[in-house]
Design a protein around this ligand. Structure first.
Ligand SMILES: Cc1cc2nc3c(=O)[nH]c(=O)nc-3n(C[C@H](O)[C@H](O)[C@H](O)COP(=O)(O)O)c2cc1C
Length: 133
């Protein structure tokens, strides 16, 4: 039997005292950590807000999800969707794909107001349309 996979989708906001140039460091460190812990996913940033989808072994996702909300570089951490019965990874080739987006590509505030599956659908559709990850 293969290892059970879980996923987690959230939105958050860049902390007021955190310079946007720090996002590059976040992505660099995340890529190294995720690659060595079987975690894949995509981080999207619009200059003010983040939304991130992560997937991987249940225990690894649980451990990362416990750490993420405590990171002072972002605030307003809001879970949008999660599950522990993922049959197949959505972003198997990305230890952490990254894209900065404009509002017309993905409205992260809107994602935060709709239900979990609709938020996930909006996210995956936008990622498909962003061809510069
Ligand atoms: C928006 C955002 C996304 C992040 N994504 C990841 C990630 O995918 N993987 C990761 O290891 N750390 C990520 N981090 C960093 C973690 O919050 C944390 O700093 C890192 O896991 C190291 O934690 P530790 O020093 O307590 O071990 C992210 C941070 C922010 C602000």
């Amino acid at each position: 039997m293969s290892t059970p996979l879980s996923f987690f989708l959230y939105s958050s906001r860049l902390a007021p005292d955190c310079d946007p140039t720090e996002v590059g460091n976040i992505v660099k460190v995340a890529r190294e950590f995720n690659a060595s812990h079987g975690i894949t996913g995509i981080l999207v940033f619009d200059g003010e807000r983040f939304t991130q989808y992560i997937e991987g072994p249940v225990s690894e996702i649980d451990a990362l999800v416990a750490k993420l909300p405590k990171d002072r570089r972002h605030t307003d951490f809001l879970q949008l969707n999660a599950g522990d019965d993922l049959e197949e990874r959505r972003y198997a080739t990305w230890s952490m794909g990254y894209s900065d987006v404009s509002l017309d590509e993905l409205d992260i505030d809107l994602m935060a107001t709709i239900d979990g599956d609709a938020a996930l659908n909006l996210f995956t559709k936008a990622v498909t349309e962003i061809d510069r990850l």
